[in-house]
Design a protein around this ligand. Structure first.
Ligand code: FAD
Length: 421
Protein backbone atom coordinates (compact mmCIF):
# COMPACT_ATOMS: atom_id res chain seq x y z
CA UNK A 1 0.00 0.00 0.00
CA UNK A 2 1.43 3.32 -1.01
CA UNK A 3 -0.12 6.46 0.45
CA UNK A 4 0.08 9.98 -0.98
CA UNK A 5 2.30 12.82 0.13
CA UNK A 6 0.48 15.90 1.47
CA UNK A 7 -0.18 18.49 -1.26
CA UNK A 8 -1.67 21.93 -0.56
CA UNK A 9 -3.55 23.22 2.45
CA UNK A 10 -6.43 21.51 4.25
CA UNK A 11 -8.24 21.37 7.60
CA UNK A 12 -8.90 18.55 10.08
CA UNK A 13 -10.38 18.02 13.54
CA UNK A 14 -7.22 16.21 14.68
CA UNK A 15 -3.73 16.05 13.21
CA UNK A 16 -1.43 13.25 14.31
CA UNK A 17 2.28 13.69 13.61
CA UNK A 18 4.01 10.29 13.31
CA UNK A 19 2.53 7.03 12.00
CA UNK A 20 4.13 4.38 14.23
CA UNK A 21 2.53 2.24 16.94
CA UNK A 22 1.63 5.36 18.90
CA UNK A 23 0.32 7.47 16.00
CA UNK A 24 -1.82 4.76 14.42
CA UNK A 25 -3.19 3.64 17.80
CA UNK A 26 -4.09 7.27 18.51
CA UNK A 27 -5.86 7.50 15.16
CA UNK A 28 -7.86 4.33 15.84
CA UNK A 29 -8.82 5.51 19.34
CA UNK A 30 -10.06 8.80 17.85
CA UNK A 31 -12.26 6.92 15.38
CA UNK A 32 -13.85 5.21 18.39
CA UNK A 33 -14.23 8.30 20.55
CA UNK A 34 -15.34 10.71 17.83
CA UNK A 35 -16.81 8.78 14.90
CA UNK A 36 -16.96 10.98 11.84
CA UNK A 37 -14.15 13.32 13.01
CA UNK A 38 -11.70 14.36 10.30
CA UNK A 39 -8.39 12.77 11.28
CA UNK A 40 -5.14 13.35 9.40
CA UNK A 41 -1.91 11.44 10.07
CA UNK A 42 1.39 12.72 8.65
CA UNK A 43 4.49 10.56 8.60
CA UNK A 44 7.95 11.70 7.58
CA UNK A 45 8.65 8.41 5.79
CA UNK A 46 6.60 5.41 4.75
CA UNK A 47 4.54 3.37 7.23
CA UNK A 48 6.54 0.43 8.59
CA UNK A 49 9.87 1.77 7.35
CA UNK A 50 10.86 3.23 10.75
CA UNK A 51 11.32 1.61 14.17
CA UNK A 52 7.69 0.48 14.25
CA UNK A 53 8.08 -1.78 11.22
CA UNK A 54 11.66 -2.90 11.82
CA UNK A 55 11.76 -4.09 15.41
CA UNK A 56 11.98 -7.63 16.75
CA UNK A 57 8.21 -7.79 17.25
CA UNK A 58 8.01 -8.90 20.90
CA UNK A 59 4.79 -7.38 22.24
CA UNK A 60 5.46 -8.25 25.86
CA UNK A 61 2.88 -8.25 28.63
CA UNK A 62 5.29 -8.47 31.59
CA UNK A 63 7.50 -5.66 32.95
CA UNK A 64 10.38 -5.16 30.53
CA UNK A 65 12.62 -2.36 31.77
CA UNK A 66 15.70 -2.59 29.56
CA UNK A 67 17.66 -0.31 31.88
CA UNK A 68 17.33 -2.71 34.83
CA UNK A 69 19.48 -5.82 35.24
CA UNK A 70 16.55 -8.24 34.97
CA UNK A 71 13.69 -6.30 33.26
CA UNK A 72 11.75 -5.78 36.49
CA UNK A 73 10.30 -2.32 36.97
CA UNK A 74 10.74 -0.03 39.96
CA UNK A 75 7.06 0.63 40.19
CA UNK A 76 3.89 -1.39 40.46
CA UNK A 77 4.46 -4.49 38.31
CA UNK A 78 0.82 -5.50 38.51
CA UNK A 79 -0.33 -2.13 37.19
CA UNK A 80 2.20 -2.35 34.35
CA UNK A 81 1.09 -5.88 33.44
CA UNK A 82 -2.54 -4.74 33.40
CA UNK A 83 -1.71 -1.84 31.09
CA UNK A 84 0.46 -3.94 28.78
CA UNK A 85 -2.41 -6.42 28.44
CA UNK A 86 -4.77 -3.54 27.73
CA UNK A 87 -2.47 -2.61 24.82
CA UNK A 88 -2.32 -6.19 23.57
CA UNK A 89 -6.11 -6.53 23.74
CA UNK A 90 -6.44 -3.24 21.85
CA UNK A 91 -4.09 -4.48 19.14
CA UNK A 92 -5.97 -7.81 18.97
CA UNK A 93 -9.25 -5.90 18.42
CA UNK A 94 -7.60 -3.97 15.60
CA UNK A 95 -6.43 -7.24 14.03
CA UNK A 96 -10.02 -8.55 14.17
CA UNK A 97 -11.65 -5.32 13.03
CA UNK A 98 -9.30 -4.65 10.12
CA UNK A 99 -8.83 -8.28 9.06
CA UNK A 100 -5.05 -8.17 9.62
CA UNK A 101 -3.29 -11.46 8.77
CA UNK A 102 -3.19 -13.62 11.94
CA UNK A 103 0.41 -14.56 11.18
CA UNK A 104 1.32 -10.95 11.97
CA UNK A 105 -0.11 -11.20 15.50
CA UNK A 106 0.84 -14.55 16.96
CA UNK A 107 0.04 -15.03 20.68
CA UNK A 108 2.82 -17.60 21.02
CA UNK A 109 4.61 -16.39 24.15
CA UNK A 110 8.36 -15.99 24.39
CA UNK A 111 11.39 -17.51 26.08
CA UNK A 112 14.03 -15.76 28.17
CA UNK A 113 17.14 -17.69 27.12
CA UNK A 114 20.03 -18.33 29.52
CA UNK A 115 23.50 -19.27 28.25
CA UNK A 116 25.33 -19.44 31.60
CA UNK A 117 24.76 -20.64 35.17
CA UNK A 118 24.42 -17.02 36.33
CA UNK A 119 21.74 -16.32 33.72
CA UNK A 120 19.95 -19.55 34.62
CA UNK A 121 19.88 -18.36 38.24
CA UNK A 122 18.56 -15.04 37.02
CA UNK A 123 15.69 -16.81 35.24
CA UNK A 124 14.89 -18.82 38.35
CA UNK A 125 14.65 -15.73 40.53
CA UNK A 126 12.54 -14.02 37.82
CA UNK A 127 10.26 -17.10 37.78
CA UNK A 128 9.72 -16.90 41.54
CA UNK A 129 9.00 -13.16 41.24
CA UNK A 130 6.37 -14.03 38.61
CA UNK A 131 4.88 -16.74 40.83
CA UNK A 132 4.47 -14.17 43.60
CA UNK A 133 2.62 -11.98 41.12
CA UNK A 134 0.41 -14.95 40.20
CA UNK A 135 1.90 -15.09 36.69
CA UNK A 136 2.52 -18.46 35.01
CA UNK A 137 5.91 -19.41 33.59
CA UNK A 138 7.70 -22.62 32.68
CA UNK A 139 11.40 -23.40 33.09
CA UNK A 140 12.84 -25.21 30.06
CA UNK A 141 16.00 -27.29 30.35
CA UNK A 142 18.88 -27.51 27.88
CA UNK A 143 17.23 -30.24 25.84
CA UNK A 144 13.88 -28.46 25.58
CA UNK A 145 15.71 -25.30 24.46
CA UNK A 146 17.49 -27.31 21.77
CA UNK A 147 14.20 -28.81 20.63
CA UNK A 148 12.64 -25.36 20.26
CA UNK A 149 15.57 -23.41 18.82
CA UNK A 150 17.80 -26.07 17.27
CA UNK A 151 20.68 -24.46 19.18
CA UNK A 152 22.81 -25.99 21.94
CA UNK A 153 23.82 -22.51 23.09
CA UNK A 154 21.24 -22.20 25.84
CA UNK A 155 21.48 -24.00 29.18
CA UNK A 156 17.88 -23.15 30.04
CA UNK A 157 14.99 -20.85 29.27
CA UNK A 158 11.99 -19.33 30.96
CA UNK A 159 8.82 -19.51 28.87
CA UNK A 160 6.07 -16.97 29.57
CA UNK A 161 2.87 -17.31 27.57
CA UNK A 162 1.52 -13.75 27.38
CA UNK A 163 3.80 -12.20 24.73
CA UNK A 164 2.41 -11.69 21.24
CA UNK A 165 4.93 -12.12 18.44
CA UNK A 166 4.20 -9.44 15.86
CA UNK A 167 5.35 -9.35 12.30
CA UNK A 168 5.67 -5.62 12.90
CA UNK A 169 5.73 -4.37 9.32
CA UNK A 170 2.71 -6.50 8.41
CA UNK A 171 0.82 -5.43 11.53
CA UNK A 172 1.46 -1.71 11.07
CA UNK A 173 0.63 -1.77 7.36
CA UNK A 174 -2.60 -3.59 8.24
CA UNK A 175 -3.40 -0.90 10.81
CA UNK A 176 -2.76 1.81 8.22
CA UNK A 177 -4.98 0.11 5.61
CA UNK A 178 -7.76 -0.41 8.20
CA UNK A 179 -7.65 3.24 9.25
CA UNK A 180 -7.79 4.45 5.64
CA UNK A 181 -10.84 2.22 5.11
CA UNK A 182 -12.47 4.00 8.08
CA UNK A 183 -11.90 7.41 6.50
CA UNK A 184 -8.66 8.45 8.21
CA UNK A 185 -6.35 10.41 5.91
CA UNK A 186 -2.73 9.24 6.06
CA UNK A 187 0.05 11.09 4.26
CA UNK A 188 3.43 9.41 3.83
CA UNK A 189 6.71 11.15 2.95
CA UNK A 190 5.35 14.28 4.64
CA UNK A 191 7.81 15.39 7.35
CA UNK A 192 6.35 18.03 9.63
CA UNK A 193 8.75 20.91 10.11
CA UNK A 194 6.70 22.70 12.79
CA UNK A 195 3.29 24.01 13.78
CA UNK A 196 2.24 27.59 14.40
CA UNK A 197 -0.77 29.32 15.99
CA UNK A 198 -3.05 30.98 13.42
CA UNK A 199 -6.55 32.34 14.14
CA UNK A 200 -7.07 30.10 17.18
CA UNK A 201 -5.93 26.93 15.36
CA UNK A 202 -2.62 25.19 14.79
CA UNK A 203 -1.23 25.13 11.27
CA UNK A 204 0.86 21.97 10.92
CA UNK A 205 3.45 22.54 8.23
CA UNK A 206 5.21 20.11 5.91
CA UNK A 207 7.34 21.05 2.87
CA UNK A 208 4.53 20.28 0.39
CA UNK A 209 1.44 21.32 2.32
CA UNK A 210 -0.19 22.13 5.64
CA UNK A 211 -3.21 21.20 7.76
CA UNK A 212 -5.06 23.55 10.11
CA UNK A 213 -6.53 21.96 13.21
CA UNK A 214 -7.58 22.74 16.77
CA UNK A 215 -5.81 19.63 18.13
CA UNK A 216 -2.38 18.20 17.42
CA UNK A 217 -1.14 14.83 18.67
CA UNK A 218 2.62 14.30 18.61
CA UNK A 219 3.58 10.62 18.28
CA UNK A 220 7.13 10.99 17.03
CA UNK A 221 8.88 9.15 19.89
CA UNK A 222 12.36 10.73 20.45
CA UNK A 223 11.77 13.35 17.75
CA UNK A 224 9.67 15.14 20.35
CA UNK A 225 12.89 17.07 21.01
CA UNK A 226 12.85 18.40 17.43
CA UNK A 227 9.60 20.18 18.28
CA UNK A 228 11.23 21.88 21.27
CA UNK A 229 9.88 19.61 24.03
CA UNK A 230 11.90 17.83 26.72
CA UNK A 231 15.24 18.88 25.26
CA UNK A 232 18.28 17.42 27.05
CA UNK A 233 16.01 14.88 28.75
CA UNK A 234 15.68 12.19 26.05
CA UNK A 235 18.25 9.52 25.20
CA UNK A 236 18.29 8.71 21.48
CA UNK A 237 19.43 5.11 21.26
CA UNK A 238 20.05 2.99 18.19
CA UNK A 239 19.58 -0.76 18.15
CA UNK A 240 20.76 -3.04 15.35
CA UNK A 241 19.50 -6.22 13.71
CA UNK A 242 20.41 -8.62 10.91
CA UNK A 243 18.33 -11.20 9.06
CA UNK A 244 19.43 -14.30 7.17
CA UNK A 245 18.34 -14.95 3.61
CA UNK A 246 15.43 -17.37 3.14
CA UNK A 247 16.82 -20.68 4.44
CA UNK A 248 16.78 -23.52 1.91
CA UNK A 249 15.77 -27.09 2.76
CA UNK A 250 19.33 -28.11 3.61
CA UNK A 251 19.87 -25.13 5.95
CA UNK A 252 16.51 -25.74 7.61
CA UNK A 253 17.42 -29.37 8.23
CA UNK A 254 20.73 -28.48 9.81
CA UNK A 255 19.10 -25.70 11.86
CA UNK A 256 16.42 -27.99 13.31
CA UNK A 257 14.07 -26.70 16.00
CA UNK A 258 10.58 -25.31 15.56
CA UNK A 259 9.55 -23.01 12.71
CA UNK A 260 8.57 -20.07 14.94
CA UNK A 261 10.07 -18.97 18.22
CA UNK A 262 11.40 -15.87 19.95
CA UNK A 263 14.18 -15.75 22.55
CA UNK A 264 14.94 -12.61 24.53
CA UNK A 265 18.19 -12.58 26.53
CA UNK A 266 18.00 -13.04 30.29
CA UNK A 267 20.33 -10.00 30.52
CA UNK A 268 18.65 -7.00 28.82
CA UNK A 269 21.93 -6.09 27.06
CA UNK A 270 22.26 -9.55 25.51
CA UNK A 271 21.07 -10.81 22.12
CA UNK A 272 17.50 -11.34 20.92
CA UNK A 273 17.00 -14.12 18.38
CA UNK A 274 13.86 -14.91 16.49
CA UNK A 275 12.92 -17.59 13.97
CA UNK A 276 10.15 -16.67 11.55
CA UNK A 277 8.46 -18.84 8.96
CA UNK A 278 6.77 -18.54 5.59
CA UNK A 279 3.65 -16.84 7.00
CA UNK A 280 5.80 -14.12 8.58
CA UNK A 281 8.19 -13.24 5.76
CA UNK A 282 10.11 -16.43 4.98
CA UNK A 283 12.04 -19.08 6.87
CA UNK A 284 14.67 -16.83 8.41
CA UNK A 285 16.53 -16.06 11.61
CA UNK A 286 16.57 -12.47 12.91
CA UNK A 287 19.33 -11.48 15.35
CA UNK A 288 19.36 -8.23 17.35
CA UNK A 289 22.07 -6.86 19.60
CA UNK A 290 24.27 -3.78 20.31
CA UNK A 291 23.10 -0.32 21.29
CA UNK A 292 24.64 3.12 20.87
CA UNK A 293 23.58 6.61 21.94
CA UNK A 294 23.55 9.17 19.12
CA UNK A 295 22.03 12.50 20.18
CA UNK A 296 21.55 13.68 16.58
CA UNK A 297 19.09 10.81 15.91
CA UNK A 298 21.36 9.22 13.29
CA UNK A 299 23.49 6.09 13.60
CA UNK A 300 26.76 6.10 11.65
CA UNK A 301 27.90 3.62 9.00
CA UNK A 302 30.68 2.58 11.38
CA UNK A 303 28.07 1.80 14.08
CA UNK A 304 26.21 -0.43 11.64
CA UNK A 305 29.36 -2.19 10.47
CA UNK A 306 30.50 -2.93 14.02
CA UNK A 307 27.05 -4.18 15.01
CA UNK A 308 26.81 -6.39 11.90
CA UNK A 309 30.16 -8.00 12.84
CA UNK A 310 29.03 -8.59 16.43
CA UNK A 311 25.69 -10.03 15.30
CA UNK A 312 27.36 -12.38 12.84
CA UNK A 313 29.46 -13.66 15.74
CA UNK A 314 26.36 -14.15 17.91
CA UNK A 315 24.60 -16.00 15.08
CA UNK A 316 27.62 -18.25 14.43
CA UNK A 317 27.90 -19.00 18.15
CA UNK A 318 24.28 -20.13 18.32
CA UNK A 319 24.10 -21.96 15.00
CA UNK A 320 27.56 -23.40 14.29
CA UNK A 321 26.20 -25.56 11.45
CA UNK A 322 25.22 -22.34 9.61
CA UNK A 323 28.28 -20.33 10.72
CA UNK A 324 29.50 -17.76 8.21
CA UNK A 325 26.12 -17.49 6.44
CA UNK A 326 25.96 -14.05 4.83
CA UNK A 327 23.09 -12.01 6.21
CA UNK A 328 20.66 -10.64 3.63
CA UNK A 329 19.68 -7.55 5.63
CA UNK A 330 21.33 -5.42 8.33
CA UNK A 331 19.70 -2.32 9.78
CA UNK A 332 19.61 0.05 12.70
CA UNK A 333 16.55 1.59 14.31
CA UNK A 334 15.80 4.29 16.77
CA UNK A 335 14.32 4.08 20.23
CA UNK A 336 14.03 6.64 22.97
CA UNK A 337 14.75 6.18 26.68
CA UNK A 338 14.56 8.43 29.70
CA UNK A 339 16.86 8.13 32.70
CA UNK A 340 13.89 7.52 35.00
CA UNK A 341 12.03 5.26 32.56
CA UNK A 342 9.03 7.56 32.12
CA UNK A 343 7.08 8.29 28.93
CA UNK A 344 5.89 11.74 27.86
CA UNK A 345 2.14 11.29 27.56
CA UNK A 346 0.35 14.46 28.51
CA UNK A 347 -0.86 17.77 27.21
CA UNK A 348 2.23 19.78 26.30
CA UNK A 349 0.60 23.00 25.03
CA UNK A 350 -2.84 24.40 24.41
CA UNK A 351 -4.48 21.79 22.12
CA UNK A 352 -1.21 19.82 21.77
CA UNK A 353 -0.84 16.32 23.21
CA UNK A 354 2.16 14.02 23.33
CA UNK A 355 2.14 10.22 23.09
CA UNK A 356 5.91 9.88 22.96
CA UNK A 357 8.95 8.20 24.54
CA UNK A 358 8.40 4.46 24.81
CA UNK A 359 11.62 3.33 26.50
CA UNK A 360 12.37 -0.34 25.66
CA UNK A 361 8.92 -1.66 24.94
CA UNK A 362 7.48 0.47 22.16
CA UNK A 363 5.05 -2.10 20.80
CA UNK A 364 2.92 -2.02 23.95
CA UNK A 365 4.01 1.34 25.39
CA UNK A 366 3.55 3.02 22.00
CA UNK A 367 0.07 1.55 21.69
CA UNK A 368 -0.76 2.80 25.19
CA UNK A 369 0.62 6.33 24.80
CA UNK A 370 -1.23 6.64 21.48
CA UNK A 371 -4.50 5.56 23.10
CA UNK A 372 -3.89 7.90 26.03
CA UNK A 373 -2.97 10.94 23.93
CA UNK A 374 -6.15 10.47 21.85
CA UNK A 375 -8.23 10.23 25.01
CA UNK A 376 -6.70 13.40 26.46
CA UNK A 377 -7.29 15.20 23.16
CA UNK A 378 -10.99 14.28 23.49
CA UNK A 379 -11.11 15.43 27.13
CA UNK A 380 -11.40 11.86 28.45
CA UNK A 381 -9.58 10.06 31.22
CA UNK A 382 -8.98 6.33 31.69
CA UNK A 383 -6.59 3.94 33.44
CA UNK A 384 -4.13 4.75 30.65
CA UNK A 385 -4.26 8.53 31.01
CA UNK A 386 -4.24 8.26 34.83
CA UNK A 387 -1.10 6.12 34.78
CA UNK A 388 0.95 8.26 32.41
CA UNK A 389 -0.13 11.72 33.54
CA UNK A 390 0.92 10.78 37.11
CA UNK A 391 4.49 10.05 35.94
CA UNK A 392 7.34 12.44 36.75
CA UNK A 393 9.01 14.52 34.03
CA UNK A 394 12.01 12.87 32.33
CA UNK A 395 15.17 13.50 34.36
CA UNK A 396 17.68 15.92 32.93
CA UNK A 397 20.66 14.27 31.21
CA UNK A 398 24.28 15.12 32.02
CA UNK A 399 25.74 17.80 29.72
CA UNK A 400 27.59 16.95 26.51
CA UNK A 401 30.16 15.56 25.77
CA UNK A 402 29.90 13.57 29.05
CA UNK A 403 26.42 12.33 28.11
CA UNK A 404 27.47 10.63 24.91
CA UNK A 405 30.84 9.39 26.11
CA UNK A 406 29.46 8.18 29.45
CA UNK A 407 26.38 6.49 27.98
CA UNK A 408 28.30 4.70 25.22
CA UNK A 409 30.96 3.56 27.69
CA UNK A 410 28.22 2.17 29.94
CA UNK A 411 26.45 0.48 27.00
CA UNK A 412 29.69 -1.20 25.86
CA UNK A 413 30.44 -2.33 29.39
CA UNK A 414 26.92 -3.80 29.76
CA UNK A 415 27.28 -5.44 26.35
CA UNK A 416 30.56 -7.02 27.46
CA UNK A 417 28.97 -8.13 30.76
CA UNK A 418 26.09 -9.74 28.86
CA UNK A 419 28.63 -11.52 26.56
CA UNK A 420 27.11 -14.91 25.68
CA UNK A 421 23.57 -14.02 26.70
C1 FAD B 1 16.04 -3.26 16.06
C2 FAD B 1 14.94 -2.91 17.05
C3 FAD B 1 14.27 -3.92 17.74
C4 FAD B 1 13.25 -3.61 18.63
N1 FAD B 1 12.55 -4.62 19.19
C5 FAD B 1 11.45 -4.34 19.94
C6 FAD B 1 10.64 -5.40 20.44
O1 FAD B 1 10.86 -6.58 20.17
N2 FAD B 1 9.56 -5.06 21.22
C7 FAD B 1 9.26 -3.75 21.50
O2 FAD B 1 8.28 -3.50 22.20
N3 FAD B 1 10.01 -2.73 21.02
C8 FAD B 1 11.08 -2.99 20.24
N4 FAD B 1 11.83 -1.96 19.72
C9 FAD B 1 11.44 -0.58 20.03
C10 FAD B 1 10.23 -0.12 19.20
O3 FAD B 1 10.45 -0.36 17.83
C11 FAD B 1 9.99 1.38 19.40
O4 FAD B 1 9.95 1.67 20.77
C12 FAD B 1 8.64 1.77 18.75
O5 FAD B 1 8.78 1.71 17.36
C13 FAD B 1 8.18 3.14 19.18
O6 FAD B 1 6.95 3.40 18.55
P1 FAD B 1 6.47 4.90 18.29
O7 FAD B 1 5.23 4.86 17.48
O8 FAD B 1 6.43 5.65 19.56
O9 FAD B 1 7.66 5.56 17.48
P2 FAD B 1 8.29 5.19 16.07
O10 FAD B 1 8.12 3.77 15.74
O11 FAD B 1 9.65 5.78 16.06
O12 FAD B 1 7.35 6.01 15.10
C14 FAD B 1 7.42 7.41 15.05
C15 FAD B 1 7.04 7.85 13.67
O13 FAD B 1 7.10 9.27 13.64
C16 FAD B 1 7.58 9.68 12.39
N5 FAD B 1 8.13 11.03 12.52
C17 FAD B 1 9.19 11.44 13.26
N6 FAD B 1 9.38 12.76 13.10
C18 FAD B 1 8.40 13.19 12.26
C19 FAD B 1 8.05 14.45 11.70
N7 FAD B 1 8.75 15.56 11.98
N8 FAD B 1 7.00 14.53 10.85
C20 FAD B 1 6.27 13.42 10.56
N9 FAD B 1 6.56 12.20 11.06
C21 FAD B 1 7.60 12.09 11.89
C22 FAD B 1 8.62 8.64 12.01
O14 FAD B 1 8.81 8.58 10.61
C23 FAD B 1 8.01 7.35 12.57
O15 FAD B 1 7.27 6.64 11.61
C24 FAD B 1 12.89 -2.25 18.86
C25 FAD B 1 13.55 -1.24 18.18
C26 FAD B 1 14.56 -1.55 17.28
C27 FAD B 1 15.23 -0.43 16.56
Amino acid sequence: MSLPRIEGDSTADFVIIGGGFAGLSAARRLTELQPGARITVLDAGRLAEGGTGRNSGFMIDLPHEVQSDNYSGDGDDRAMIGLNRHAIAYARDAVDEYGIDRNFFDPAGKINGAASAAADEHNRSYASHLTKLGEPSELLGERAMREVTGSSHYVSGLYTPGTVMLQPAGYVRGLGAGLVSKGVTIFENSPVTGFVRESGCWRVIAPTGSVSTPRVILTVNGHLESFGFEQDRLMQIFLFAVMTPELDAEALKSLGGQPRWGVTPSDPMGTTVRRIDLGQGGNRVVTRTCAVLRPNCEATQADLQRAARVMQRKFDQRFPSLAGMTMEYAWSGHLCLTLNGVAVMRQVDDGVYSGCVQNGLGTTRGTLTGIGAAELACGQTSIVTDYFTAQARPKKLPPQPFRQIGANFLLRWKEWKARDE
